[in-house]
Design a binder for this molecule. Structure first.
Ligand code: PMP
Length: 408
């Protein structure tokens, strides 16, 4: 694979030229939301200017065009993640809505006292809170696979925790806080050995590496468009066709029905059964465009570039004795680095970085229990994508050095 032509890529992201008080933006908050390239913005604009109509499969030309484009967007996303076809790809509002769909459509019907849901200590609130609250509603129990000192998942502990009482194993693929890349295939095998279902949260993996939901044998898989060059307002729930067929819908209304009488209703084919009401038409079409955009660069190239930057940032930050980096070593992590500067609150550090127009995240990154476990209130996170450069990492490090001296 080829190295990325970052200068060329940056031309697609005019937002990167923005300056704040004379400093050029260094956007290192990609794990929260990535920037949106011109071809994706153009796809949204083109849709509204030329094709906008509801997708009732109306008989008029516009509706037919919009319907075909929207349906084909499902095929494109299916191809991007290695799903069998559009039947297995449900468009939602975001990854959070995707996990809630499984929790309510599957979990509320299937879980009860004696059932166990196994999560990991590094799971994001999107899945952790959802399964925790569903457990409270259903009487199921929740258990957490341990994260070890280095920030890796303890697979032996997973083998102990996952038993024949386990109904669902839900795991984050790539940790948005630690940068850990979890062994999705190994955990999936353990889950299936005990006839548990397997849900993978791919919000931080799909944007950054080639993903094949069938290779990891995920029963369900979720991610968001806005972290992968797509727009906000769209997420994806992948589910194995057989499971989605068996499940009852979670949202009811128009578009998701086949036949309705005053007494009862039947459901439309997959995936429409799970897309009640007017769906995310423009967002879905734009997400397909984002898949094209990333595939043109090549997901192996995307992955290598992000991980190289993370390793470089890890090495440069390691030069400072008073910086603690969370998670695995520099050469074994995804495209992000979270850290704490001794004696400086993450919010103060990020405010100083902001003076240099370096945009990072400070807080718990929707992993409060993990931060509690680590004994820290918060951390600062720099996260990278296809348009970032080593020079930008250098600017981050220089700005942090200023922060250290200010607070020393
Ligand atoms: N899971 C992970 C690992 C995430 O990083 C995020 C986004 N921070 C989510 C789930 C939730 O994504 P969204 O807010 O788009 O629903």
């Amino acid at each position: 694979s080829e190295p990325l032509d970052v200068e060329r890529i940056r031309e697609d992201f005019p937002i990167l030229e923005r300056e704040f008080r004379g400093e050029q933006l260094v956007y290192l908050d990609n794990a929260a939301t990535s920037q949106t390239p011109d071809p994706v913005v153009d796809a949204i604009s083109h849709y509204y200017r030329h094709t906008n109509a509801n997708v009732h499969r109306g008989l008029h030309h516009l509706s037919q065009e919009a319907s075909i484009a929207y349906e084909e967007a499902h095929d494109r996303v299916a191809e991007f993640i290695g799903a069998e076809g559009r039947e297995e790809v449900v468009f939602t509002k975001n990854a959070t809505e995707a996990v809630n769909t499984v929790a309510y459509a599957w979990g509320l019907a299937e879980l009860g006292p004696g059932d166990e849901i196994v999560l990991t200590e590094m799971d994001h609130h999107a899945t952790l809170v959802t399964w925790q609250q569903l457990a409270k509603k259903t009487g199921a129990d929740v258990k957490f696979i341990r994260v070890d000192e280095e920030g890796y998942l303890d697979v032996d502990h997973a083998r102990e925790l996952i038993t024949d009482d386990t109904a669902m194993v839900s795991m984050i693929h790539v940790s948005n806080t630690l940068g850990t890349i979890n062994p999705v295939e190994a955990i999936g095998e353990i889950a299936h050995d005990h006839d548990a279902l397997y849900f993978v949260d791919g919000a931080q993996s799909v944007p950054h590496m080639p993903v094949d939901v069938q290779a990891m044998d995920a029963d369900f898989f979720a991610f968001s468009g806005h972290k992968m060059c797509g727009p906000t307002g769209i997420g994806v729930l992948y589910g194995k066709e057989r499971l989605l067929e068996e499940m009852q819908p979670y949202l009811y209304g128009g578009m998701m029905i086949e036949k309705v009488t005053y007494e009862d209703s039947t459901w439309h084919d997959l995936p429409w059964k799970f897309e009640a009401g007017t769906p995310v038409i423009a967002q879905g079409i734009a997400l397909a465009e984002a898949c094209d955009y990333l595939d043109d660069i090549g997901m192996e190239n995307v992955q290598r570039h992000g991980e190289e930057l993370a390793e470089y940032a890890y090495d440069r930050l390691s030069e400072f004795e008073d910086i603690d980096i969370l998670g695995p070593p520099g050469d074994d992590r995804a495209a992000l680095v979270s850290f704490n500067l001794d004696g400086v609150h993450a919010h103060d550090a990020s405010e100083i970085l902001n003076e240099y127009a370096v945009a990072v995240r400070a807080g718990d990154h929707c992993t409060q229990p993990l931060h509690d476990k680590l004994g820290i209130p918060s951390s600062t996170r720099a996260s990278f994508y296809i348009y970032n450069t080593k020079a930008e990492v250098d600017k981050l490090v220089a700005a942090l050095d200023e922060a250290r001296q200010l607070f020393a």
